[in-house]
Design a protein around this ligand. Structure first.
Ligand SMILES: Nc1nc2c(ncn2[C@@H]2O[C@H](COP(=O)(O)OP(=O)(O)O)[C@@H](O)[C@H]2O)c(=O)[nH]1
Ligand SMILES: [Mg+2]
Length: 657
């Protein structure tokens, strides 16, 4: 069964919504049972947020006029019945364009003027300065207005060579790659540097982000695109055209931006577009078929791929067929096969990632709740034994027992001091971790690389500086890992002591793994080195360019360190919550025991009645434990349902018991 990308994405969206409503129900139920500590609450909320805001970015990377925008229209926007991205001869995207949905904003197109390239800020920083962008509101109900507003991404300006050079579109060392000069000696450059389209399209609402890029010249001039944006996309679609074959500049883009991403986690697709150019009326279908196969094989060989890794299709006919509802033409366009693969790979990977996160989160919540239930169960049976021992005893014995419980409680109250001592050691170590992952630390570790990049002139030793800088950053993560180990060992020892001394059931949670941040750093380093490796050394000699690269680097490293910090904070919270929960549960149990004995002393309640109540509470506790297992099981089962394979599930409300 071949499923259109939009259907697969809808199902994935429905699955995400279902999972988040199940997680919310789990949290509500846990809260009702007084089994939800702060840390579990926060980690479940984070999961819900992750499910809600999960983004899937599909980046289209290719030379001018290969049909990127047309393919985007065909796969995502055919429902509008017309082109949304400008894709007709002479009306091509001139600047990188991101299509996404942000509920905080009205439907609009935001454009960042090309002149911002003369300033050092990274694209990420410009994103946070909305006033610098030109905003055009979009009327989503008026396809005509929509399409004409979108044409802004095709706007150009004419500047002299010096300006073109300053903007990054003119290179004296590679004259053959420079844009043409008009009769007045002026160079055509894009009017905008970056475009953000905000639209409440169903796919975009569910977290799809589409990145349309212009050709080689413009991509090359924006280092951040290459080192940050494209490597972070979940899928990169590289497009060639059947009528042009593989040209030198196609190869340039392939080598520079696509081929090297093999080792990254994103899926890569190679599309041979415009196969309708081969639909020759005088050839038989078999001949056409053979010709397409031959061209795919040639392309595969040039790019060093397997034949079946090149997907032949016609974006234009695919779009036309969808708009007209022409099933035969749609089949001929071969668009559905590409959509199916795109959906399966991208959403499959997304599903697996979220499924793992849900599994881990639910298992943690369940373990925490089970620990509390076990503790409650133990208290109940201790108390039952205690009360059974009072049968037929006189007042004096009962009084003695009360004194003993009060003594025990006084002993227990002293545990608070020990808990406090553990916490203060814990916090001291954590503060070291927070400092290591803070901004000052990043700046310090990258100071040399930063200085090397900012030094004027050719930077021949720059690769070494990168290697050193990143080794230092990895060193920081290793230090954090060591501290985590230290904290974990300290907590384990302290918990064993507290458990023996005061009858707690504390268990030190495993620290969050840091390996993934090391590999994130590796990926950033690779993307920078790769970028410098393909002929950007000369550009690096320009101060403005290096400045941008430095800023792009810092923002990226900062976000990796912040994520690591977030994980560690949650781990810390889990420890604190566990201590709080156990202190609270124990205190409550003492209160109940004293209360029970008091009632018996005052003859306010019969011993038998009290013991009977305890038995009922035990049963209720078992029912709760059973329900907890069921909820966990249901959640895991629903999460495992492959979003891409099943019909959208009904949104079942798990009614709190
Ligand atoms: N014959 C044919 N032309 C196409 C196809 N896809 C795109 N085109 C045309 O190729 C030109 C460039 O397409 P566009 O999407 O703007 O290319 P981009 O620069 O890569 O975004 C436009 O005139 C399109 O109509 C296709 O599948 N078949
Ligand atoms: Mg385009």
């Amino acid at each position: 069964m071949v499923a259109a990308f939009s259907e697969q994405f809808d199902r994935h969206g429905a699955w995400r919504r279902e999972m988040s409503s199940r997680l919310k129900n789990l949290a509500a139920w846990l809260r009702q049972q007084r089994l939800l500590d702060d840390a579990t609450d926060e980690s479940l909320q984070r999961l819900v947020e992750q499910l809600r805001s999960d983004k899937v970015m599909v980046a289209f990377v290719a030379e001018f006029s290969r049909g990127k925008s047309e393919l985007i229209n065909a796969v995502f926007f055919a429902g509008y019945g017309r082109r949304i991205m400008p894709a007709s001869a002479g009306r091509t995207t001139m600047c990188p364009t991101e299509l996404a949905y942000d509920a905080e904003l009205p439907p609009c197109l935001r454009l960042l003027p090309i002149e911002t390239r003369l300033q050092p800020q990274a694209l990420m920083e410009w994103r946070m300065a909305p006033e610098q962008w030109t905003r055009v509101d979009l009327d989503v109900n008026d396809p005509q207005q929509l399409a004409s507003a979108m044409e802004k991404v095709s706007e150009v300006r004419y500047v002299d060579q010096a300006q073109a050079r300053a903007l990054g579109f003119w290179h004296d060392d590679r004259p053959e790659d420079n844009p043409p000069v008009n009769a007045q000696g002026l160079v055509e450059v894009p009017r905008w540097r970056h475009a953000l389209i905000n639209m409440a399209h169903p796919l975009l609402r569910q977290g799809l982000v589409v990145l349309d890029t212009p050709g080689l010249n413009a991509i090359g001039a924006e280092p951040e695109l290459t080192v940050n944006l494209i490597p972070q996309a979940q899928a990169v679609v590289f497009i060639l055209a059947a009528d042009t074959g593989v040209t030198k500049s196609d190869l340039g883009i392939w080598r520079e931006h696509v081929a090297t991403m093999q080792d990254s986690s994103s899926s890569r697709f190679v599309v041979l577009n415009k196969i309708d150019a081969l639909w020759d009326e005088l050839s038989t279908p078999a001949q056409i078929e053979a010709q397409i196969a031959r061209q795919c094989a040639d392309t595969a060989r040039t790019l060093a791929l397997q034949d079946d890794q090149v997907l032949a299709l016609s974006a234009q006919k695919g779009l036309l067929a969808k708009v007209r509802g022409d099933a035969a033409l749609l089949a001929d366009s071969r668009l559905p096969h590409f959509e199916d693969l795109l959906g399966q790979q991208v959403l499959g990977a997304r599903h697996a990632m979220l499924h793992d996160a849900i599994g881990a989160g639910v298992a943690r919540a369940q373990a925490e709740a089970e620990r509390t239930l076990a503790m409650r169960g133990r208290e109940l049976s201790d108390q039952t034994i205690e009360l059974n021992g009072l049968r037929g005893k006189n007042h004096q014995v009962i009084h003695q027992m009360r004194l003993r419980i009060e003594q025990e409680k006084a002993d227990f109250d002293r545990s608070a001091a020990s808990v406090l001592a553990v916490r203060s050691v814990h916090l001291k170590l954590l503060r070291e971790v927070f400092q290591l992952l803070g901004n000052a630390s990043i700046k310090r570790e990258l100071a040399e690389l930063n200085a090397a990049l900012r030094e004027p002139g050719l930077k021949l030793g720059i690769k070494k500086s990168y290697a050193d800088g990143f080794e230092r950053l990895r060193g920081v993560i290793r230090q954090v890992q060591a501290l985590e180990g230290e904290i974990h060992a300290m907590l384990k020892a302290a918990f064993v002591q507290l458990n023996t001394d005061y009858g707690f059931a504390l268990q030190a949670a495993e620290p969050p793994a840091m390996e993934r941040f090391v590999s994130d750093l590796d990926a950033v380093e690779r993307s920078h080195l790769r970028y410098l490796g393909v002929g950007h050394m000369l550009q690096l000699a320009r101060a403005g360019f290096s400045e941008k690269l430095v800023r792009a680097l810092l923002t990226r490293v900062r976000s990796i360190f912040e994520t690591a910090l977030g994980d560690i904070e949650l781990w810390n919270k889990a420890t604190t919550s566990q201590l709080d929960t156990q202190l609270r549960e124990r205190r409550r149990a003492y209160g109940r025991r004293i209360d029970a004995v008091e009632r018996i002393q005052d003859a306010a309640g019969s011993l038998d009645q009290r013991i009977h109540d305890l038995q009922q509470e035990q049963q209720a506790l078992q029912a709760t434990a059973q329900r907890l297992r069921e909820l966990g099981h249901e959640l895991r089962r629903a999460s495992a349902t492959d979003a891409a394979d099943t019909a959208p599930p009904e949104l079942t409300e798990v009614v709190p018991a």
